[in-house]
Design a protein. Structure first.
Length: 418
């Protein structure tokens, strides 16, 4: 039996794409491997959100090829456009959009060539619509990711995603979502994570919205998580935020991408909200659900960001008590508007600001999580970390542990956080 190993970089949507690729390979008789060593096929599902993401992917490709020289190396995902001109001898072929059926068809075409050679076609493809295929290849997992949307038309000035994922919103039809949810339910998953590149835009091309998706999922599942949410959507659709917070099935852990605590910088980023708007949303969430937690993203060193602008971002971290802040130094991406911005920040300053923001956010996070000590939560246990210790996450995404001689994986138990 042929074996494959898949390495995923980047966001939850990439994770969904990797599961679809794995599913197609398994359905066609391949065996998934826990190690790249000796695998017949190694798939890299790449990320291009920053230059560092592409560098890490390139580094991993070279490392894996060196360790497993006879493996067929395929690269797919967002960084394909950045890797195709790098003359990397380690890559056998590239596939821009990881649609399951196309992916496996191209693998067969490549394997059927009389000999592997660098003159073989690179199989770059365009995605003309949403990939409606789905298939669940593992019943052991406790949490399933439901990809419902692809593409982004926000065109934030720093962001490469509309250029590599597409700027047209492509939604999975509600009928397909319902079929997939029914299949996931029969596989005994306990929690669903609804994800998309621009999740709040789901259905805008097909005359439905995020709440319609949630209402289908909640028919079968009592624990629903949401991927990254666009704050500007809830500024325009305040009634939907209220409706969302009324749904008891929604886990009270929300990722609202901030990017900067400075209105001046948010405007230059082409983010369609200001700091006051963002604070209004988070305050509504915390007022409605006392145990809710919020995570966010922050870019430091954006062109023209002054020390005052940076301090404004730190102030927002202090005010809003995020339990997690993903901090990224600005990465200039060719083709984006911000690529040509003047007043670029030097690497030393960006790294200093990154370090300071991380240190503050970790301090705030520890304090915020500490507020939940001695309170009870419903924990979905996902894995065993040693002989008798199991770990999982509460509704508000706090990692918790429990000692048990019984296998707790897949169990939801109400326990005290201590």
């Amino acid at each position: 039996m042929k074996t494959f190993f898949i390495k995923t970089f980047g966001c939850k949507v990439n994770g969904c794409d990797s599961e679809e690729i794995s599913s197609e390979l398994i359905c066609n008789g391949w065996d998934i491997s826990c190690s790249p060593l000796g695998s017949d096929l190694i798939v890299f599902n790449s990320c291009a959100v920053t230059a560092e993401s592409v560098r890490k992917c390139r580094q991993a490709i070279r490392k894996f090829k060196k360790c497993s020289p006879n493996s067929l190396i395929i690269v797919t995902g967002c960084a394909v456009k950045f890797l195709q001109n790098n003359n990397m001898e380690e890559i056998d072929f590239l596939l821009e959009k990881p649609q399951r059926k196309i992916f496996y068809k191209k693998i067969l075409q490549f394997l059927n060539l009389k000999k592997r050679n660098k003159s073989a076609p690179d199989f770059l493809r365009k995605n003309d619509g949403f990939n409606h295929d789905f298939s669940i290849f593992s019943s052991k997992r406790t949490r399933a990711f439901l990809k419902v949307e692809d593409g982004c038309n926000n065109f934030c000035s720093y962001c490469i995603i509309p250029y590599v994922r597409g700027s047209v919103i492509k939604s999975k039809p509600l009928s397909e979502i319902e079929k997939e949810i029914n299949a996931l339910y029969l596989k005994n998953y306990r929690e669903i994570v609804i994800s998309g590149i621009n999740l709040c835009a789901v259905g805008s091309d097909l005359d439905f919205n995020l709440m319609d998706v949630i209402d289908i999922v909640r028919k079968k599942f009592s624990r629903i998580r949401l991927g990254s949410l666009d704050p500007s959507y809830f500024i325009k659709n305040k009634e939907q935020l209220c409706a969302l917070l009324e749904r008891k099935e929604i886990c009270p852990s929300f990722h609202l991408s901030l990017q900067s605590g400075s209105d001046e910088i948010l405007s230059r980023m082409n983010r369609k909200y200001n700091v006051e708007d963002y604070m209004e949303i988070t305050e509504k969430i915390k007022k409605k659900i006392s145990c809710s937690t919020i995570t966010t993203d922050l870019i430091v060193g954006f062109p023209g960001e002054t020390e005052k602008n940076f301090e404004e971002s730190l102030l927002i971290i202090k005010k809003l008590n995020f339990i997690k802040v993903n901090v990224f130094p600005f990465s200039a991406r060719e083709n984006t508007v911000a690529y040509s911005f003047e007043n670029k920040i030097d690497a030393q300053t960006k790294n200093r600001r990154k370090k300071k923001a991380i240190e503050l956010s970790e301090k705030i996070s520890e304090k915020e999580i500490g507020k939940f000590k001695n309170k009870y939560f419903n924990v979905l246990f996902e894995s065993k970390i040693n002989n008798e210790i199991y770990t999982g996450y509460s509704e508000n995404y706090i990692k918790m542990h429990k000692e048990s001689q019984k296998d707790l994986c897949g169990e939801i138990l109400r326990i005290r956080f201590c």
